[in-house]
Design a protein around this ligand. Structure first.
Ligand SMILES: NC(=O)c1ccc[n+]([C@@H]2O[C@H](COP(=O)([O-])OP(=O)(O)OC[C@H]3O[C@@H](n4cnc5c(N)ncnc54)[C@H](O)[C@@H]3O)[C@@H](O)[C@H]2O)c1
Length: 266
């Protein structure tokens, strides 16, 4: 069956040059996959390329903005020409913007959705035919715990992530019969450049490390995740060990969404 193919596989990772996407790129490449990292940030792509070269990993870097349909179309065609398609697509590109529905402009909402939601739709639109060309495979979408419950001030982000979980289920149903599995990972807080940017923004006169530690304590496991921990979950869902799993949303959240924050008195 397509999803139990043995390596080497060809993998495309959007947002593959930093944070969770970078960790997925390196984890999969270290396991023997050829990984095409697609990212809009040329400096991050150059850093990733250099890091991959020192380990002699099969990582290609390509500057692609997932909000640009034509750039995605070219990237998918290039993968088709070079490898006859891809086996796995990981959608990790995403952005965070803060504000309530009345504070945020509609333009900011559109900008976030163009990456977080439309960008995933467009990535799958162009790459699922490339997965079909290789006889099947899988897609892993990075959603968030904000699909289930929201912090204050993340209305657009939460909406994008909730919609991704629904989109993943719909795609899983549509493509199961052709051997293409589609799943989501839903992380809690993960120590990436995005989280550090948020900590810098909200720390005020505190040390951002203390704020990240506070966020970590909100998770029953007591800390935030490393990007590598999310990459391992992505690799599992992408791989043959998950051959009967499709349409799932796997929480990688240190117990965050399992907990009710109402303590009994000591
Ligand atoms: N860090 C967290 O705590 C956390 C938690 C849950 C979910 N997530 C999700 O995980 C994914 C990765 O987040 P992260 O924390 O690693 O973010 P990050 O900002 O650290 O890295 C994201 C990468 O995506 C790239 N990117 C952003 N917009 C892009 C676009 N339009 N086209 C191509 N590349 C683009 C960036 O250049 C960057 O390299 C996002 O979808 C995010 O919403 C993150």
């Amino acid at each position: 069956m397509a999803t139990t193919k043995t390596r080497p596989r060809v993998v495309a990772v959007t947002g593959g040059a930093a944070g969770i996407g970078e960790a997925a790129t390196l984890h999969l490449a270290r396991g023997g996959d050829t990984v095409i990292a697609l990212d809009r940030d040329p400096a991050a792509l150059a850093r990733l390329g250099a890091a991959a070269a020192t380990e002699a990993l099969a990582v290609e870097t390509e500057q692609v903005d997932v909000s640009d349909d034509e750039q995605l179309a070219v990237a998918a065609r290039t993968a088709g020409d070079r490898y006859g398609g891809v086996d796995v697509l990981v959608c990790a590109a995403g952005v965070q913007r803060y504000g309530t529905v009345d504070e945020m402009s509609v333009a900011e909402y559109d900008e976030l959705m163009a990456v977080n939601l439309r960008g995933v739709f467009a990535s799958c639109h162009h790459f699922i035919p490339q997965i079909r060309s290789r006889g099947g495979g899988s897609v892993v979408v990075v959603a968030s715990v904000q699909a289930y419950a929201a912090q204050a001030g993340v209305v657009a982000y939460a909406a994008s992530k909730g919609a991704l979980v629904a989109m993943v289920k719909a795609m899983a149903v549509d493509h199961a019969a052709e051997g293409i599995r589609v799943n989501a990972v839903c992380p809690g807080s993960v120590d990436t450049p995005m989280l550090r940017w948020a900590a810098g923004r909200f720390a005020c006169d505190r040390d951002p490390d203390d704020l990240v530690a506070d966020w970590g304590r909100a998770h029953p496991i007591g800390r935030v995740a490393t990007p590598a921990e999310v990459a391992q979950a992505i690799a599992y869902l992408a791989g043959p060990e998950a051959s009967f799993i499709t349409g799932a949303d796997l929480r990688v959240d240190g117990g965050l969404t399992a907990a009710l924050n109402v303590a009994l008195p000591e």
